[in-house]
Each structure stands twice: as structure tokens, then as C-alpha cells.
Design a binder for this molecule. Structure first.
Ligand SMILES: NC(=O)CC[C@H](N)C(=O)O
Length: 304
């Protein structure tokens, strides 16, 4: 019998001993206000057991982690048509990089970099009746928690400073890969990124990817094939130009966000969420990456 709580406690005390060289994301002014000392891990096993350490009940901005949830909704709505508008290859580039998009004629490398996520946002704006409300409801249903909401200050803060995302959306539009207008799509995108969750909610939200497409309420949202593909994309593209490093160190499908969250999972086994707002130079949580490396090393539980 594995002592998961003891393993999480040990990871927390190990990480308290090292210098946290991460820095909070400053390019979105609202995120720069978050205290770097926050640290949390929450683990959900598919057998129903759960464990937490640190500030696992404190909410933070999920940012790019939302891209997996919008992809999941888009696949549910239009299936494989999604792949007519983007690829499934790792980019090896930072999340907001523009030059590949221009070279490749407005076809994003994958749905987890900003350009791909903006195309997915465009799909949801076209397909959902009330896009922001309906998507939030989807996230609440997956998580089995009706309290989850957008942080309007974060959405506005990103809108005011989101010059690179405007450039990306305009480039997509110029290549004919955006059906709706740039402002409408980016308003949706800035809101999805501004959803707040704590580690418990985040781990719950991703439960369906470890549980063969069925959420916490045991409702089926995705086919087995869709879950397989989403997990493959998280493994190859979830950490941008550090996807190789995450696979090497941790060995799980996962997704990071510039709010300092990471969520990862082992199919049929567990989901785990970490939060530590200090980011490494690639925009991934400095301590979160290490916490997950220690977790899969201590438990021996990874996809490899
Ligand atoms: N990596 C991230 O979390 C980036 C998300 C952020 N909202 C952006 O578009 O810049």
C-alpha cells in the first residue's frame, strides 16, 4: 500500500529547502500581484482517494491549462473537423511564437500553443449559443462544482496588454483561419484563460482524461479515442519548448499555465495538480515541475 500523503509531505519539505528562482508572470499585470510563496499539490486517484498538501484550496488563474478544456469541448462539438484547421505537432517554440505561424500559412502547429488555442476559441464562438456562459458551464459540470468562475480583472488585464495575442489573431485572420472577428474571439480566449480554480478543482476538472472520458459525476463527455488523442497532445505539446523536458523528468501527459499551475495524469490511475506561481524561463512552474518529477520518481507511476 503506497503512502501517498507521506510522499506529498516529503515533496513539500524537500522543495522548501531549495531556492525558488522562479518569477511570477509579469506580462499580465494582474498575475504579477500573486505571492510567489504559494505552493500546493492535490492528488485524485480514480479509486476515489484524494490527498493534498499546502494551499490546495486557494484559487489561481488557470491560464493556458484552459486550452485542454476548450479542445475537449471543440472535439465534442465538431469531432475531427478540428484537424482541418491545425496540426498535432510539437512546435519546439515558446507558447506565443509567431514566425512558425506565418511560415506555415496560418495553420497552428497544435491546439496548446496560443495560435492553436485561438482557433479553438473561434470554433467555440461559432458553435456555442452563449460562448462564455456555455463554456463556463461545461467546466463547472466537468468539475462538479458550480462555484467556478472567470476573474474579470485578469481577463481585462490581459486584454489591455495582449498585443502578441492580437498579432496572432490578426495573422490567423489574414490567412482565413478565423471565422469570427478578432475582438470577439480574443474576448473569449482572455476569459477562458482567466478562469480561477484551486488545485483540488483543477485535479477534478481533468479527472475525465484519466477516467476514460467520464467526469467526476460519471457522465461520459468524450470517446476513448478522443481521450487518447487529447492525452497524446498534452504529452507532446503541453509544455511548449519544454515538452521534451517534462516527458523526460515527469513522464505524464500534462499542461501548464503562466498562473503557475500544472495538471498531469496517468490514464486509469490518477490526476494531480500543482501550483507554485514562480515560473522558469520557459514559462512553466519552477517548483511544480520538480514536485511532479519527485512524485513520479517516488511512486514509480508514470506512463513509461
Ligand atoms: N502559457 C500561458 O499560460 C499563456 C496564457 C496567456 N493567457 C497568454 O495568452 O499569454
Amino acid at each position: 500500500m503506497m503512502e501517498y500523503q507521506a510522499i506529498l509531505d516529503t515533496i513539500q519539505s524537500n522543495l522548501q529547502k531549495i531556492e525558488n528562482t522562479g518569477t511570477v508572470a509579469a506580462y499580465i499585470p494582474e498575475l504579477a500581484k500573486v505571492n510567489k510563496d504559494n505552493f500546493a499539490i492535490y492528488l485524485n486517484r480514480v479509486n476515489g482517494d484524494n490527498y493534498g498538501v499546502g494551499h490546495w484550496d486557494v484559487s489561481f488563474s488557470i491560464q493556458s491549462i484552459s486550452k485542454v478544456l476548450t479542445l475537449s469541448k471543440a472535439l465534442q462539438l465538431i469531432g475531427t473537423d478540428v484537424w482541418e484547421r491545425m496540426d498535432v505537432e510539437p512546435s519546439g517554440d515558446p507558447f506565443n511564437h509567431l514566425s512558425l505561424l506565418e511560415l506555415e500559412n496560418g495553420i497552428p502547429r497544435n491546439p496548446l500553443i496560443n495560435s492553436g488555442a485561438i482557433v479553438i476559441a473561434d470554433i467555440l464562438v461559432s458553435e456555442l449559443k452563449n460562448p462564455k456562459e456555455d463554456f463556463l458551464q461545461y467546466v463547472r459540470d466537468l468539475t462538479n462544482d458550480q462555484t467556478i468562475t472567470y476573474n474579470e480583472n485578469v481577463a481585462l488585464s490581459e486584454k489591455e496588454t495582449g498585443f502578441t495575442n492580437y498579432a496572432t489573431a490578426n495573422l490567423l485572420k489574414s490567412f482565413g483561419n478565423l471565422a469570427n472577428d478578432v475582438d470577439t474571439v480574443l474576448d473569449f480566449y482572455f476569459h477562458q484563460c482567466a478562469i480561477e480554480m484551486n488545485c483540488q478543482q483543477l485535479s477534478n476538472a481533468f479527472y475525465l482524461f484519466a477516467n476514460r472520458g467520464k467526469c467526476m459525476r460519471n457522465v461520459a463527455h468524450l470517446t476513448l479515442s478522443q481521450v487518447k488523442r487529447i492525452n497524446a497532445i498534452m504529452l507532446t505539446c503541453g509544455f511548449y519548448d519544454e515538452a521534451g523536458e517534462f516527458a523526460f523528468e515527469v513522464g505524464l501527459p500534462g499542461k501548464s499555465g503562466v498562473g503557475g499551475g500544472i495538471v498531469a495524469l496517468l490514464p486509469n490511475n490518477f490526476t494531480i495538480a500543482t501550483w507554485a506561481p514562480g515560473l522558469n524561463p520557459k514559462g512553466n512552474s519552477f517548483l511544480g515541475m520538480q514536485a511532479l518529477e519527485q512524485f513520479t520518481t517516488a511512486t514509480g507511476e508514470s506512463i513509461f
